[in-house]
Design a protein around this ligand. Structure first.
Ligand code: GLU
Length: 551
């Protein structure tokens, strides 16, 4: 009768290392007390989903705030789904968010002592673990073809039992080692399954950092842990990797909750301590009053590239994500009079489970705050970086005259109540077109939207007077007084109280007078500080616009 040892040897003769050898190769990390080791472990199967960025950002902050380590592992064992270039794109995006790892997989090569950090390159490591489980009788080869599995599935469907490879449905679980050896030697293809000792009629409890103690059904399915392509499945790779990379806390999507009993059973079969788990809620969206998952087909905001392409400031997106992560974050910002992540302590305990609702208006609000809080040099740099990557039109405006552009960006900035009109960098050009003469001419072409209440010749005369006699400095008060003086000459009330007392006696108040100037200069009734606009456009161009506004 063939022993488990001999069977393991027959299946993996090339494996000479043992688990003890691996323990020596990957010794514990030396970190301060309380330091968390977290990771982001995406599969390179497409774009970076907003939900993944959310998960990643939390892992990043939990590690940083505890003086631990955050690393990146590329989970590419499902080789059929791997998209070339996806991992690089993903990491480039994390870099744009300043959330990139220091340890782990990089397209240019791994960094760190616990690698390789790409699962497809860890086959020899996994085999050591598989061989060990075979030796201790907690794994076995399964010779079922896909047709055999389909038969089992059908039989289960007919008898209305839970589907899966377990109990009496685990066809090859109880083969003898002699039978197994004979089939292996005959060249039959095989996979390796974990021999579960659980019972799905029983419940087990595990602790989740967000949800507390969760009582869920045991999982007695003998999951495949090693595939015919020589690579493990997620379940097995997770257990081996997070053990040998010394992860202390696994935060991952809530879709993994039902598999956690299997993972815990695997850890215990090896005699290892499992990491802590935090299963993050899926980001939802309100759609016609119903909550649904953020969908990559229906919602552009499901892809992180959307935010980068639109030019949402990364700080705004991060602040927004933190506000959905921790219910106390916004209060903390208000108390600090500043929207920033600096100094905020994320906590799983403050994570709302039904609060992960994506809301673009809220994102815009935080983004406006983030943009308004930047000093001009930072703002200019961010806009330039965005324009260079995503917006050639903006870039050409900016490069044509950087100092002019900087002045435009600096309007009503760097003061106690900065202007908050940009939610994203792509809002800048549409809002500032009038600063560029070619664009101004286009705005003007269909006719400027002057208040129809005034007749054209009156407006013409008034604007000509303003052009000729307005003070172009030296400060806002002097300039405004000169505008008031000119407006009075044309029948406007310089003092609003007088206008209110007797509106019939005037052409209008100063709001009406300045609106005419504003429309002539910007093409709109709404604009930032006119004084600043005038100083930026400059005397000659301002005078020209005022003189020709009605031509
Ligand atoms: N590759 C898995 C996924 O993308 C990772 C889950 C985990 O973090 O363990 O869902």
């Amino acid at each position: 009768m063939i022993s488990n040892e001999e069977l393991a040897e027959l299946l993996f003769p090339e494996v000479r290392e043992t688990l003890e050898d691996l323990e020596k190769r990957f010794p514990p990390r030396s970190l301060p007390e309380g330091a968390e080791v977290t990771r982001f472990a995406p599969s390179p199967t497409g774009f970076l989903h907003t939900g993944s960025l959310f998960t990643e950002m939390i892992a990043y902050y939990v590690a940083k705030q505890s003086h631990g380590v955050f690393f990146f592992r590329l989970e590419d064992t499902d080789t059929k789904r791997t998209i070339p270039g996806a991992a690089k794109d993903l990491i480039d995006q994390l870099r744009e968010f300043n959330l990139a790892h220091e340890e782990g997989y990089f397209p240019e090569g791994d960094v760190g002592a616990y690698g390789p950090y790409q699962q497809s390159k860890r086959a020899d490591i996994y085999k050591v673990g598989i061989k060990h489980l075979l030796k201790i009788g907690r794994a076995y080869p399964d010779f079922c073809s896909s047709e055999d599995l389909e038969k089992i599935r059908k039989a289960q469907e007919e008898s209305k039992v839970v589907p899966g490879y377990y109990g009496i449905y685990a066809r090859d679980r109880n083969l003898t080692n002699d039978e197994r050896a004979a089939r292996i030697k005959a060249g039959e293809p095989w996979v390796i399954r974990f021999k579960s000792l659980s019972n799905h009629d029983r419940k087990m409890v595990f602790h989740d950092e967000i949800r507390g103690d969760l009582e869920i059904q045991e999982n007695d399915i003998d999951v495949v842990i090693y595939k015919s392509d020589g690579l493990p499945t997620y379940h097995f790779a997770h257990v081996m990797d997070d053990h040998f990379m010394h992860t202390t806390l696994v935060n991952r999507g809530e879709e993994w909750i039902p598999s956690t009993p299997t993972h815990l059973e695997l850890f215990s079969a090896f005699g290892w301590e499992a990491p802590k788990y935090a299963h993050l809620p899926v980001i939802m969206k309100l759609d016609h009053g119903n909550k649904r998952k953020l969908s990559k087909r229906k919602d552009p905001e499901a892809a992180v590239s959307f935010f980068l392409g639109q030019g949402y400031p990364v700080e705004g997106v991060k602040i927004y994500l933190m506000s959905i992560a921790n219910s106390n974050f916004e209060e903390w910002c208000i108390a600090n009079k500043k929207y920033t992540l600096d100094g905020f302590l994320f906590s799983f305990g403050k994570m709302s489970l039904d609060g992960a609702l994506f809301d673009l208006d809220k994102l815009s609000y935080f983004s406006k705050e983030a943009i308004a809080g930047m000093d001009i040099d930072r703002f200019y740099k961010e806009v330039e970086g965005y324009a260079r990557k995503h917006n050639p039109e903006l870039l050409s405006r900016l490069e044509a005259d950087p100092s002019y552009f900087k002045k435009i960006l600096n309007i009503e900035r760097e003061r106690p109540n900065p202007r908050k009109d940009y939610a994203k960098f792509s809002d800048i050009l549409p809002a500032t077109r009038f600063f560029f003469d070619d664009e101004y001419e286009q705005i003007k072409a269909p006719g400027l939207p002057f208040d129809e209440h005034f007749d054209t010749s009156f407006v013409k005369e008034f604007l000509a007077d303003v052009a000729a006699n307005m003070a172009y400095g030296p400060d806002e008060a002097t300039w405004w007084n000169s505008v008031k003086e000119i407006a009075s000459r044309h029948g406007f009330a310089a003092v609003n109280k007088e206008y209110k007392a007797n509106p019939e006696a005037f052409k209008g108040n100063m709001a009406a007078a300045s609106s005419l100037i504003r429309v002539a200069l910007t093409g709109s009734k709404d604009s930032p500080s006119m004084y600043e606009i005038i100083s930026i456009i400059g005397k000659d161009r301002v005078a020209k616009r005022l003189q020709t506004a009605l031509d």
